[in-house]
Design a protein around this ligand. Structure first.
Ligand code: SAM
Ligand code: SF4
Length: 345
């Protein structure tokens, strides 16, 4: 009799992709109201009892890292710094071991408010990197876009992340037509001078009121044209691979030392074919794509006492049904019911 060797479970789909990068949303709440993400009055927040507790989040993470081969974890939201126990969650995640015996790579996507006060504790807990969202360096335009006058707090957060050694500090910017196009070059200059890696993100149909309009979106081509008027740009040799950003090397000049700038052209040049992501929402739903119109409930089996092996099977099953692409622009595309902050961007 031969004894079968069990092949380890992975998050594979029917299109040849294997997910190893997990986005964990820790809350749907936020202290900003960015116009492309949330309505002015906020949203109806998830009831507290529906949000996974710290221990539940850590159990889900154990399943992902130890049973399913996840190697990278990004904490997001809503605003993940609103989760008071973030340091505890980071520390608990860093104690997990990947299939190869290493530690998972941990990063945080944040609006940066309050980061200055917590970044040292987060780095000590095992956080490797941060992405700070910043759409304007002009106080009035920042306040108009985020609907809160908090630019100084964000800049303090960025400086603190750099001082804490969470390098390279990355900055995310969404550019909206007629709103913050004048910020494209100043943001680039600010980041190049400081060695931060800036990534412009094409605005996606994930905001409130379903008012996204492709013809109004500022495209990668337009962003590059704006940057090209000021800098010498060349495609960076680094391969895009499964990374969503296309990278451009900016030549040094008298005002800045050169560096990398990325564009995430999720709409005009999607990277779906190489996507290695999976997601879990703050209320415990597996989403295999930002644009999924179906979700798989992990919270119910988690709370019903399922074993980690059983939870892993549920997740692997959900991932196997991942759609080949997000379908923006294709006939029949519909924006998902959840907006970005309720999914976890
Ligand atoms: N609150 C944190 C922050 O702002 O970084 C984390 C959550 S936020 C949803 C994550 C990222 O999604 C941010 O960089 C934000 O700019 C981006 N985002 C939100 N809505 C978007 C949209 N409609 N299209 C493209 N990016 C969007
Ligand atoms: Fe909040 Fe981030 Fe959405 Fe802005 S983009 S409203 S900071 S969740």
């Amino acid at each position: 009799m031969t004894v079968g060797v069990r092949t380890p479970l992975v998050l594979a789909d029917a299109h040849g992709r294997v997910a190893t990068d997990l986005r964990v949303s820790l809350t749907d709440r936020c202290n900003l109201r960015c116009t492309y993400c949330m309505p002015a009055d906020g949203l109806e927040w998830f009831p507290t009892e529906e949000v996974l507790t710290d221990d539940e989040v850590l159990r889900v993470l154990r399943v992902a890292v130890e049973q399913l081969g996840v190697t990278k974890v990004r904490f997001t939201g809503g605003e993940p710094l609103l989760r008071r126990s973030l340091e505890r969650i980071v520390a608990g995640t860093k104690r997990l071991r990947t299939r190869t015996g290493g530690t998972p790579e941990l990063s945080l996507t944040t609006n940066g408010i309050g980061l200055d006060k917590r970044v040292h504790a987060l780095a000590e807990a095992g956080l490797d990197r941060v992405n700070v969202s910043l759409d304007s360096l002009d106080r009035d335009r920042y306040a108009a876009l985020a609907r809160r006058d908090r630019l100084d707090a964000v800049l303090a957060g960025l400086a603190a992340a750099e001082a804490a050694g969470l390098l390279p500090v990355k900055v995310n910017s969404v550019v909206m037509r007629g709103v913050n196009e004048p910020d494209v070059v100043p943001l680039a200059q600010f980041c190049l001078e400081r060695g931060y890696q800036l990534r412009y993100i094409e605005q996606m149909p994930l905001g409130p009121r379903h008012e996204w309009d492709r013809s109004k979106m500022v495209t990668q081509a337009e962003l590059l044209a704006l940057l090209g008027q000021r800098y010498r740009l060349a495609p960076a040799s680094e391969q895009r691979g499964s990374a969503p950003a296309e990278l451009w090397r900016v030549a040094a000049d008298d005002t800045q030392p050169g560096g990398l700038i990325g564009v995430i052209p999720s709409v005009t040049a999607p990277f779906c074919g190489a996507c290695d992501r999976t997601r879990i929402t703050a209320d415990g739903q597996i989403r295999t794509c930002l644009f999924s119109r179906t979700e798989t409930d992990l919270r119910t089996p988690l709370r019903a006492g399922a074993s980690e092996e059983e939870l892993a099977q549920v997740w692997a099953g959900a991932q196997s049904r991942k759609a080949p692409s997000h379908g923006i622009g294709e006939p029949g595309f519909e924006q998902p019911a959840r907006t970005m902050s309720a999914i976890g961007g």
